[in-house]
Each structure stands twice: as C-alpha cells, then as structure tokens.
Design a protein around this ligand. Sequence first.
Ligand code: DHK
Length: 144
Amino acid sequence: MTRPLYVLNGPNLNRLGKREPQIYGHTPLAEVEILCREAAGDTVLVFRQSNREYELIEWIHEAIDAEARGIVINPAAFTFTSIAILDALKQFPGPIIELHISNVHRREAIYHNSLVSKVATAVIAGLGPRGYPTAVRAIADLAA
Ligand code: DHK
C-alpha cells in the first residue's frame, strides 16, 4: 500500500518527555514515532512535528495531494485556536483522528473546546503516548 498515513504533531510536542511529564509522560516524541511505525506495518508513515502553524497547514495540503490513507493529528494548542488548521483539514476527504496524549476534558477549560473536533472522524484523548499507535491502527481499519 503506497498511500501514506500522516501523523502530524503541533507545538511543544518536540519537548515530549521533558515537558510537564506529570501530564504528558516521559516518552520522547522519537519513541512515539517508533510506536507509530511499528503499528503502521507496511503502510508508508509520514511522522512530523512543528511549532509553526503554517507548516502543519502545508503538511495537511501535502497529505491531501498525496491522497493519504488518513491523518492522525495532535494539533496541541492549535486545537483550540486555529481556524486555519480546521479549514485545511476540511479539504481532506479521508479519515482524520484528533489525538491528545492527555484527557483534555479533565483539564482546564481552555482545553475543552476543540475546533478540530468539528471535522475529525474520531478523537482519542487520555491514552498517553499509546494513543498514537491506537490511532494509527484505527486509521488502517477505517481506510481498509
Ligand atoms: C498537547 C498540548 O500541547 C496541549 O496544548 C493540548 C495536548 C493537549 C495533548 O494532550 O497531547 O491541550
């Protein structure tokens, strides 16, 4: 299967493992990527992180043009603020899984109103880093 699966990560996730480990755990993003690649099997996996909103938007456009099997996205703080990312995701015809390491609904109110959920096929929140391979496997099932 050559159609890739995109896993995109937003701001501050490059500091996973060091950043508020009591919330986000001790697993670095590089290890999360390994978990995703193991879950993806033969599916081509594109795994990226950026602190720049425009880069995430351009990667969503890239996934659209590559006719990707699906997108797993942890937009991090952009989840709650970025109409631009929402508008980009609206253009993607395939399955989208919104992923949060923490259960955002048990946290401060600023984390309760996701813009991305308006277009996501599904939302995974609170499974910790294991949420990522779970989301990758779910995309494989949805896109089968
Ligand atoms: C990660 C972030 O950086 C926060 O801004 C989100 C999300 C939660 C997570 O749990 O992965 O609110």
